[in-house]
Design a protein around this ligand. Structure first.
Ligand code: SAM
Length: 219
């Protein structure tokens, strides 16, 4: 475990570990919320596709179970095509939420490309989903259902910065959470955006090189 130098910025901790092991061993305090993006099948060269689907569901369950009951877990996921099938990762997370008794509080669409533009293999949008076991979201939170832009990407698998800002601003306005946990933090986009908003951040990443980048990323 190592802390990034923070100066007068909000604190950031990045742990190089398997996220599921880490979540099992480190109960999250009540002032934590989760914003994450579960890894795509392309990250698992040794796993058959159906085994990845099972892993993905189990990982979503673990994240949702680890989230404090009165807080929220948010997922940013983009769909894929596989052998003629459309794999809706938002649906996979929703199935996991149903299994562990969490409700969907909201579902936003994030445009990865302008409407009307064909994007080829990957769809032109991503899902941004927010779940909780017991937290009640306001009926109307006054913000858009479709985010026209995802923002910049720190690398090819990154969560767009504007999507992070949207989710974390919602978190600050509507919940008591002041620590953001990203158990699959990659290069640390979620952590850096959280720190910029004055929120503390904890990231977990299995790749040592990516964990190092996540400790150092400044946006
Ligand atoms: C979709 S990327 C996250 C991108 C991140 N939001 C960003 O903007 O940089 C998923 C990350 O999960 C990591 N990962 C995959 N399996 C993991 C595991 N079991 N434990 C921790 N991290 C894992 C991958 O190395 C990858 O960096």
């Amino acid at each position: 475990m190592a802390d990034a130098p923070d100066g007068d910025r909000a604190v950031r901790t990045v742990v190089c570990a398997d996220a599921l092991d880490w979540l099992a061993e480190n109960p999250l305090p009540d002032d934590c919320a989760v914003l994450t993006s579960l890894p795509d099948v392309s990250e698992f060269r040794k796993l058959a596709f159906d085994d990845w689907v099972d892993w993905f569901g189990a990982a979503a369950e673990a994240v949702l179970r680890a989230t404090p009951p009165n807080s929220v877990a948010m997922f940013y996921q983009s769909d894929i095509r596989f052998e003629g099938r459309w794999i809706d990762k938002g649906y996979l997370v929703q199935r996991a939420a149903e299994r562990v008794g969490c409700s969907l509080l909201w579902h936003r669409i994030v445009c990865r490309a302008p409407a009307g533009v064909s994007t080829g293999r990957r769809p032109g949008y991503a899902h941004l989903l927010c779940f909780s076991r017991a937290f009640q979201a306001p009926e109307a939170d006054g913000v858009t259902d479709v985010l026209p832009q995802m923002g910049s990407m720190t690398w090819s698998r990154a969560t767009g910065t504007e999507a992070c800002e949207f989710a974390l601003t919602w978190l600050q306005r509507h919940t008591e959470a002041r620590v953001v946990v990203d158990p699959f933090c990659g290069y640390g986009t979620v952590l850096a955006v959280a720190n910029n908003l004055g929120l503390a951040a904890i990231g977990v990443e299995r790749s040592p090189a990516r964990a190092k980048k996540a400790r150092e990323l400044r946006l």
